[in-house]
Design a protein around this ligand. Structure first.
Ligand SMILES: [Zn+2]
Length: 111
């Protein structure tokens, strides 16, 4: 696995926003003289979606083969919890339990 940055790479796939066609850099588009392993950035600007004819500007980066759709956009979600160490998570969990227990006791105290 290479570094997980949002920078486009040569293997990034691009999806046609009009019809869902996915341009695969490893396959290219032989029928339109785009050879295999051509990065989307290197595809001629005159190239259009082979399915619906949409221009390159209608395509959006969906990441490398093997990454789920929207993977790059989702990086950063859950940031707060995932940076905690297991010890810190335990403190949070037991802290919450202790607070709940104190609250429980206070209810009894009111009666
Ligand atoms: Zn299309």
């Amino acid at each position: 696995m290479s570094t997980e940055t949002a920078e486009p790479t040569a293997l990034d796939r691009y999806e046609c926003q009009a019809c869902g066609y996915i341009y695969e850099p490893l396959k290219g588009d032989e029928r339109r003289q785009v050879s295999a392993t051509t990065p989307f950035e290197a595809v001629p600007s005159s190239w259009r979606c082979p399915v619906c004819g949409a221009p390159k500007s209608r395509f959006s980066n969906i990441g490398e083969v093997g990454s789920p759709s929207g993977f790059k956009e989702n990086l950063g979600y859950g940031f707060g919890v995932n940076t905690l160490t297991p010890g810190q998570k335990n403190i949070l969990i037991f802290g919450a339990l202790a607070l709940g227990f104190l609250f429980f006791l206070s209810l009894y105290g009111l009666q």
